[in-house]
Design a protein around this ligand. Structure first.
Ligand SMILES: [Zn+2]
Length: 345
């Protein structure tokens, strides 16, 4: 249901800006569509500096909550369950369920002979006329067989850089998990990053890297590793940002991943619901799984399995990754044509 600028300003007046600071810059409303019947309503407001605020409300008549702290950064709208498994000595997997506070999302994908990856986000648009702001990589693979992904823990102020940039850096400069950890270490020593968890996998190692400002903690694992939206190595058992079900998704992953021995079994785990409409697959309470990814490497051959939508019901696509010697314009074209609901970066 479209509403006017005046409606938005009234909503701001009524519910949000007690300090009125967010009205101190001229606001251009690029797009605003509010579904009064959706369980979550969203407002995207872009100021002249093209910085975006997101406001959500749980239902018709309820008050809006401003999801950014500081200027132009979102929080509490990304979840994600991530991890990696080693099946055999020459076979390993990395996975991610991408959970957003919107129910549909289209990836923007980068692909060349060296690196594949869907781009990460600083903010996303609820509706088509608001421009999402992309940054770094949400997950990806490089020609050396290194897999990496990241999920959200907590954002920092404007002095902090997006954790998605760490995935991009790792995949561009590192040939292995060991080199990726060293690269992340250098980046984080140079400047603070939003709090996030990275999972790394190659032919020899699996690792989790918890990033918090300018600190990192590293865990190595032989056969499985995973994270939700908190940082166990910093002593946490639940999300510091109050993201839903971080602890229960952690428990689900812990109980389920030990028995996974194949891509199909991993798909079933990513589609599981241990807590009604949530679990590892989330059905809008309050976040929704919008993409599910499995990067698979067996005997040096890399494949992406990807589902756009709920992994318990969406169709999975299987796409050979055309990296390194396999890359050419035709193989890239085939990959892009088969990628579900994504488009060129
Ligand atoms: Zn589901």
């Amino acid at each position: 249901m479209p509403v006017s600028v005046e409606d938005v300003l009234k909503a701001l007046d009524d519910h949000i800006c007690n300090s009125r600071t967010c009205l101190s810059v001229p606001i251009i409303l690029l797009a605003l569509k509010v579904s009064l019947h959706a369980c979550l309503r969203h407002l995207g407001i872009v100021d002249l500096q093209k910085r975006v605020s997101f406001l959500v409300a749980q239902g018709p008549g309820s008050r809006y909550i401003q999801l950014r702290d500081g200027i132009g950064k979102t929080s509490e709208i990304f979840m994600c369950t991530i991890g990696a498994l080693r099946i055999e000595n020459d076979e390993y997997l990395l996975f991610k369920n991408k959970d957003f506070s919107i129910s549909e999302f289209s990836d923007r994908v980068t692909l060349n002979a060296d690196v594949f990856g869907p781009l990460g986000l600083e903010t996303f648009a609820q509706e088509d006329a608001v421009e999402s702001i992309f940054s770094g990589l949400s997950l990806g693979a490089n020609r050396h067989g290194l897999f990496a992904c990241v999920n959200h823990v907590k954002i920092g102020d404007d002095s902090h850089k997006n954790y998605d940039c760490l995935v991009e850096t790792a995949l561009h400069v590192a040939k292995s998990v060991k080199e990726a950890i060293a690269a992340i270490h250098r980046e984080v020593a140079a400047q603070p990053y939003w709090w996030g968890n990275l999972i790394l996998a190659d032919a020899h190692q699996l690792a989790a890297v918890e990033v918090r400002g300018q600190e990192i903690r590293v865990e190595h694992a032989a056969t499985r590793i995973f994270r939700t939206n908190h940082q166990p190595m910093f002593g946490e058992t639940a999300s510091p940002d109050n993201l839903p079900c971080s602890s229960t998704r952690f428990a689900s992953a812990q109980s389920r991943l030990g028995i996974v021995r194949s891509v199909d079994e991993l798909k079933a785990t990513l589609a599981s619901h241990d807590d009604g409409d949530t679990g590892i697959c989330n059905h809008g309470v309050p976040l929704t799984t919008v993409y599910s990814y499995i990067l698979h490497c067996k005997a040096g051959e890399m494949t992406l399995h990807v589902a756009n939508g709920l992994p318990c019901s969406a169709r999975w696509s299987e796409l050979p990754l055309p990296l390194g010697a396999l890359w050419n314009e035709q193989s890239e074209g085939r990959f892009r044509a088969k990628y579900p609901n994504g488009f060129v970066a």
